[in-house]
Ligand binder design. Structure first.
Ligand code: A3D
Length: 311
């Protein structure tokens, strides 16, 4: 079977880690694409990764380029093109610059690989994935945003840190937009099937929810220049792997809702089945009144940012 072709659009902090993880998992051959100014950087990263292979024993080929022709026939794109946050910035502050970049990227991807599956990571996520969808004209099954996977992972990590139990056994879900209004669904969080509400006090759980909502900002503040990259990369690789290997994993992702959870025409974080058909299904479930109110609030925030794209 021919190897899949996975292209990272943007070869910065997340892009470089994505390339490493995709190669280590042998998801396919990997291309790191960036603008001409960064061509040397991505060619250098690719060469460095090729030289890591003898120590790791995988056979994926990794190349760097700034030529759109080289990405022709790509099966999966993961887009991180754009600028990250600096301390004091909201994700929304990135809209002006990153929207122009996303329009350019969507136009080129449409030309080079119209059947590809596309995972968007650039911020503000909910508006960027919407912009890609609108400009490319791709089907809703082909386009998804990575945010809920990371936000849920952060929630899981904090619960594991609190209880001291294996993070592997913590399951939980964060719904909504990728901003401070996101909705951690604590009611459904468990450790090995035991409800977290029976393991952690209500007061501490509230603090963990609050920390989850601003977890990205906590790292931005610590870095002083740039945002998180290890966990974002791993979260997107999970999604790409589920598509490439048709795993049908259920992952919270920014998917286009057409009536699910009362949301129509917006990408928002919802439990999503990813398989060979791309975004195969959104799994809807009943929300409490409080969760519904939370989701409406986050939807208002998403609508506001999307309106600013003018698309
Ligand atoms: P960074 O290390 O700056 O990498 C971005 C790369 O994009 C740079 O190498 C740029 O040269 C490149 N780039 C700019 N314009 C283009 C273009 N037109 N075509 C191709 N490449 C281009 O940033 P990063 O990797 O740390 O973050 C990338 C993006 O992800 C930012 O917008 C972050 O805000 C966002 N991010 C999202 C999440 C989510 O959970 C959604 C988490 C963390 C970061």
């Amino acid at each position: 079977m021919a190897r899949k072709k996975i292209t990272m659009i943007g070869g910065g902090q997340i892009g470089g880690n994505l390339a490493l993880l995709a190669a280590q998992k042998e998801l396919g051959d990997v291309i790191i694409f960036d603008i001409p100014r960064a061509e040397g950087m991505v060619k250098g990263k690719a060469l460095d990764l090729m030289q890591l292979r003898p120590h790791d024993g995988h056979d994926s080929n990794i190349t760097g380029t700034s030529d759109w022709n080289d990405v022709k026939g790509t099966d999966v794109f993961i887009i991180t093109a754009g600028i990250p946050r600096k301390p004091g910035m909201d994700r929304e502050d990135l809209l002006g610059i990153n929207l122009g970049i996303m329009k350019d990227v969507a136009t080129n991807i449409k030309e080079q690989a119209p059947n590809a599956f596309v995972i968007v990571i650039s911020n503000p996520l909910d508006a960027m994935v919407y912009a890609f969808y609108k400009v490319s004209g791709f089907s809703k099954n082909q386009v998804v945003g990575m945010a809920g996977a990371l936000d849920s992972g952060r929630f899981r990590a904090f619960i594991a840190m609190e209880t001291g139990f294996s993070v592997q056994d913590v399951t939980c879900m964060v719904l909504g937009g990728h901003g401070d209004t996101m909705v951690p669904v604590t009611r459904l969080a468990t450790v090995g099937g035991v409800p977290v509400t029976d393991l952690i006090s209500a007061e501490r759980l509230k603090e963990i929810e609050d920390r989850t909502r601003v977890a990205g900002g906590e790292i931005v503040k610590l870095f002083g220049n740039g945002s998180a990259f290890y966990a974002p990369a791993q979260s997107a690789i999970e999604m790409a792997e589920s598509y490439i290997r048709d795993k049908k994993r259920v992952i919270p992702c920014a998917s286009l809702c057409e009536g699910e959870f009362g949301v129509d025409g917006y990408f928002i974080g919802v439990p999503t089945v990813i398989g060979a058909g791309g975004v195969e299904k959104v799994l809807e479930f009943s929300l409490t009144e409080e969760e519904k109110a939370g989701l409406n609030k986050t939807l208002d925030a998403v609508k506001k940012t999307v309106a600013e794209t003018g698309l």
